[in-house]
Structure formats: C-alpha cells, structure tokens
Design a protein. Sequence first.
Length: 441
Amino acid sequence: MAMLSFTINFEKFKTESSDLKFESGLNIIYGNSGVGKSSLLQLLLGKKKQNNILNFSISPIELPSSISVIYQNPDIQIITPTIGGELAFSLENQYHNPETISIGVNTLLESLPFVPQLNQNPLTLSGGEKELLNITTAISTQPDCVLIDDGLSFLSDSAKIKCIDKLNKYTQRNNSVILWFTSEINDLKYSTFNWELTLTGFIKVDQNKAYQYEHMEIPKGDVELSFNHLFFNYDQRNIFSDLTFNLKPFRSLGITGDNGSGKTTIAQILRGIYKPIKGSFYLAQNNSSINNIAYLDQFPENLLLGRSFNHLLDQLLNEEKINSHLISTFKKRLERFHIQWDAISQIDVMELPWSMLRLTFIVLLTHCEYDLIILDEPSFGLGWKQKVILRQYLIEKMNYKHFIMISHDRLFLEAVSDKILDIDIEQLTTTFKQNEQEETA
C-alpha cells in the first residue's frame, strides 16, 4: 500500500508543526490562491524556486517509489503533436514491444470521455479535454502516487464526477495515493479525506455546507445576440450544427456547457477569428453592431507571449484603448485583490501565478474603452473568498460595461449573469434567484 508523509512547519507564525500521513485513496487539499499549494507540491518533488518565499517548510519527506504529476496548466504537459503520440509516449516508458504499445494506445483512446482522432493535435482540444488527456496519460504508467495541481479545474461538473470516479477506481485497484490540490472549495465534497492549507496551518476539514453568493442586482443591459442556423467545423470535428437562438438585451451573458461543447468557439466566432461554414450571427448594442471587443483567453499568458504587463499597458495607451487619467485608478483597484502594480508590472507574465495574471488582466480590461468584454474562465484558480471579491467587482463594473462570461463554474456564472446560455441543451435562462440560496457569503 502506497503512503506519502511529511512534517510541515510554519516558522513565521510559530504554530505547531503538523505530521501528515496520506495513505491510499483520494486526498483533497483546498486552499485559496497564493497560500502555497503549488509550492508545496514542488517541495514534495524536491524542487524549490530560488526566489520563492514561503510561510512553511517541510521535512522529512517520505514518498512512494513512482509518482505522476498533473499540472495546473494542461499545455505544459503536452509534448507531442498528436493525441496518439501523447498516449504512446506514456506507454513507451513501460513497454518496448510496438504491438503492446499499439494495443495500449487504442485502449487508452477508448477510455477518453470524448472522441478524438489519433492524429489530432492536442492543442485543438478544449482546456477540459486537455486535462482529461493528461490524467489518462498520467495514470497509464501505473504510478504509486499522483499529485494534481489544480489539474481538474477546467472540467465541467459532469466531466469532473466521471474523472473522480475513474481516479477512485484507480486507487482501489492499485492501492495508490492521490493528492489533489484545488482552489475550488466545493471540490471537498468529492472525498472524505480533506485538508485545508492556509497561510498559517494545514488542517483536516469536513465539507458539509453549501457555498452560495449573496444577492446583488445586475444592471439592465442593452446588448443583443442571436445565432441563425449556424454550422461550424474545426479540424474535421463538428462543433455546431444548426445552432439557433435569439437573446433579448442583456448586461452579462453567461455561456456554459460540457467540455468541448463549443463555449470558447462562440467567443472566437463573435470576434471574427473563426468563420461559420453556414449561417449567421447578430451582435449589437442599441441596434448598432459591436466590433470593439476585448477577450481574455482561458490561458491568459498566451495574450502576452512572455512580455510584461507594462508592455501591454503601453500598447493600450498607444492604441488609445485606455485613458491615461485612469491609470492611477486602475492601479488602486488592483490593490483590492492584494496585487501591487509596481511589484508585477515588469515581470515576464510566464513567471506570475495564474490567479494574479487573470485578475490583473480583468481589472485592466475593465478600465479600457471596449464595448464588450469576453472573459473565458474568469474564476479559474481562485479560492472562494477571491471569487466573492471578483464577483462584487464585476457587478460594480456592469454599471458601465457589458460582459460575456464563459465558464463551467455554473455557481459563479449564475452570480454574475442576467442570462445564461447552456450550449448542451441550447437553453436560455434568467438568473439570479435569491430564494434558491442555501447559505450566503
């Protein structure tokens, strides 16, 4: 039976050290962004960034003999240009017989909860589908231990349940131990082995209460969106067939659906990046077409390609997308999220935590002169308290801005949208009903 153990010490706060032992099964460790979940995982692997200042240290560490890691950013784990290559690479670490590897690849392909092609480029997958691929390759090597760094956060609720069932069966079959680090507090409901990492401690917790957002009125909007018999294929993969809907004026539209259902594709069509095969769409404000659109990618570092936020701010100033008189206001509002502009503005964005990167983008874009802001997975990687602050901030900005929010985080969408489009069932709903809440925060 696999086991992972270590002692964690919070020297700065002079709290008692904790001796932790994780035996076979699914162990969930919740923590807000910034408390050190990723750093703890790296310490377990014997790695530490030179400039990484932590509230804790760990020692001694006892690890199982074989470990697989699933990282927060699914792109950095993909190393081959095809899905077949990804599946084969993991098996080549175990087997040398080409026939055995070929049979294994087909078996793994059939186990994926979506229908890819062997020669399909993994980068054409949605964020959630990439996570499912990485989880499949990670456990294909039969490791004694799996460490997951927010590696299920792009999954829809239904996909996450199926994935957790798969991981539980794996631990039962192999007596393996899984440590799943997550920023989503409601993930604690998926296991009975739950912990919380804070800035001052590592404690065992129970998750019995339901978290909901308090009621806030969303201002009335005047943006309209309709799709008329729209068809779209991508890389020989059918995404939309005869998609038709007509949205009355909204202030903030939430778009949800299962992984790979086409949520991000809608954003790219609205921006003119993708062209429909057939059909049309209409996006307008007060009967005038909207062309001035800002988009925050679900992988925001892709928008800067290794440059700094200071470079982006200069670019926005040169393009007259932001008023220079708003710069000091923007920097002040960043502090609401405990982000200091002077501390991050010159840093390569690839070196910034995802949550900090995402929040800085959101605050910056909401101070720019865009008619519509599309946010793809805005709540990704944020803990509960951080989501509450972000939700309040966005609704305040809705007095001046219109939004489209794309996310599998249905609870967050319902709290920031006056209309929701569920692509899976092509159903439009009006949200937010205060009397449906169980508990407010």
